[in-house]
Design a protein around this ligand. Structure first.
Ligand SMILES: *Cc1c(COP(=O)(O)O)cnc(C)c1O
Length: 462
């Protein structure tokens, strides 16, 4: 299986190479050249399997033999061994034909652990085999960074630097990034927004001398290996509810379009998904784009669901690539217009997007209201992101088709918003109850490329 860039100008890479590099050298994102198909019989045969076994069957066709079957199986087992639930991604019922997929039983209490724990294992195995060392730099609105630090802390072949927007992440998120004591972990609080962090990260990847000097690797949601790991729970959950015999729909709280793009891949592979519904907060560029075709960036307005406070949705580029019939030149053109403020999706491409995706937007008051309502009527205490998903799903779903809403974080990761909405302060799971007592280590840094690059050069192990 080879991977190609959404902008058509970068070399084709293997899975391992695409994983280790992250962003393509033409600024694009790697996607599989073709999407493997699973037959109805193969999907039916997933019923009753463990999460790990399902993961193996879903991911194997995308991954070259540099990871043998035995090694891949072993790395998958290690990745999910730390999870606090035997099903890894359990389903609970909210209402008739509406289900919640709990993706928050990993070590940092958000769905990012599903991909990051596996990527940590894959990186370690590949780098050891190749006798190489990399510098991982990530930008985070809170959850990616904590998941990356948790997955890479203490690994021999990796330094990990995480850029987060100073003052704009929750205390739990911040502490998960600043309390690990391993010397290969570096939390950087940037004076700016998440989009600034993401922009500086892209700048570093486009600075080829720097990129090569430090062997830069990216584990943001643009990394194909992360998308792939997230495809698995679409299969495991849909099969639990009767797929492939029944069609299933999903609602996904999203900003960067990563998690929902994984659902789109599951659908391409043959999983009978009916609708994939984007749920955004007030930072609603995806909802506006799917409604009108206009993709115009505006300022980011901090919300109670900070992990979706995003205006440039990186993974949307992958969806555009398919909507434009995989024309890399067309995508490169759109992305250059984006740096001038925005673009309009062509009518044909918009139609192609709407064939798979619907969307809804939830404001701040409605989010808090939904947290309270879900607690009183469904008995579920939701994090703000998950509440946005549940609200959009309730508004848009077809009652005859099972709906699965993705619960992207544990409510205890956002205790202030949850308490404000419901009157209940969700406690941290026992295994991380001492988080508030651990000492923190963080560097505050200006939103400036040169400053960041110097810091990374200086701090990384040589
Ligand atoms: C990252 C994150 C999201 C958004 O994920 P996308 O990659 O933008 O789809 C939603 N909720 C939580 C809790 C997150 O951590």
């Amino acid at each position: 299986m080879l991977y190609i860039s959404t902008r058509g100008q970068a070399p084709e890479l293997t899975f391992e190479e695409a994983m280790l590099s992250g962003l393509a050298r033409d600024g694009g994102l790697y996607v599989p050249k073709t999407i493997p198909h699973l037959s109805e019989a193969e999907i039916t045969a997933m019923a009753g399997l463990s999460y790990e076994e399902t993961a193996f069957r879903v991911m194997r066709p995308f991954i070259d033999q540099s990871f043998s079957d035995a090694v891949l199986g072993d790395l998958i087992s290690k990745a999910y061994a730390q999870f606090g639930h035997g099903a890894r991604a359990p389903l609970v019922q909210l209402a008739p034909n509406h289900f919640l997929l709990e993706l928050f039983h990993g070590p940092t209490l958000a769905f990012k652990d599903f991909a990051m724990q596996l990527i940590g294992q894959l990186f370690q195995n590949a780098l050891t085999r190749r006798n190489e060392r990399v510098t991982i730099v990530g930008a985070t609105s809170g959850d990616t960074g904590s998941a990356a630090i948790e997955a890479f802390r203490g690994l021999d072949n990796v330094d990990v630097f995480i850029l987060y927007p100073h003052g704009r992440v929750s205390e739990v998120q911040r502490r998960q990034m600043t309390t690990p004591s391993e010397s290969n972990v570096h939390a950087l609080a940037v004076d700016g927004t998440f989009d600034d962090c993401q922009a500086r990260l892209k700048d570093m990847f486009n600075d080829f001398p720097f990129r090569d000097e430090v062997r830069l690797a990216g584990v943001n949601s643009i990394n194909w290996a992360r998308v792939l790991a997230q495809v698995v729970y679409y299969f495991s959950s849909a099969v639990s509810l009767g797929a492939p015999k029944r069609k299933i729909s999903f609602t996904i709280p999203t900003g960067n379009f990563g998690d929902i793009f994984a659902g789109y891949i599951a659908k391409q592979m043959g999983l009978p998904i009916d609708r994939l519904i984007v749920a955004t907060n007030q930072n609603d560029i995806l909802h506006r784009c799917l409604s009108t075709g206009g993709y115009q960036t505006t300022d980011v307005h901090p919300s109670v669901s900070p992990s979706m406070d995003i205006q440039v949705s990186s993974n949307f580029e992958r969806a555009l690539f398919d909507a434009y019939d995989r024309d890399g030149g067309a995508v490169a053109h759109l992305m250059s217009d984006l740096s001038e403020g925005g673009f309009h999706v062509s009518p044909e491409a918009l139609q192609a997007l709407r064939a798979h995706f619907d969307s809804g937007r939830v404001g701040e008051d409605e989010t808090l209201h939904q947290i309270a309502a879900s607690h009183s009527t469904m008995g579920e205490l939701l994090c703000p992101h998950s509440a946005i998903g549940v609200k959009v799903a309730e508004d848009l779903r077809d009652p005859a088709t099972p709906m699965i809403t993705l619960a992207t974080a544990h409510p205890a990761k956002f205790p202030d918003a949850v308490e404000n909405a419901s009157g209940i302060r969700p406690p941290l799971p026992h295994r991380m109850a001492d988080l508030y007592e651990r000492s923190e280590r963080v560097t505050r840094v200006a939103n400036d490329l040169g400053t960041l690059e110097d810091l990374i050069r200086e701090r990384r192990a040589k």
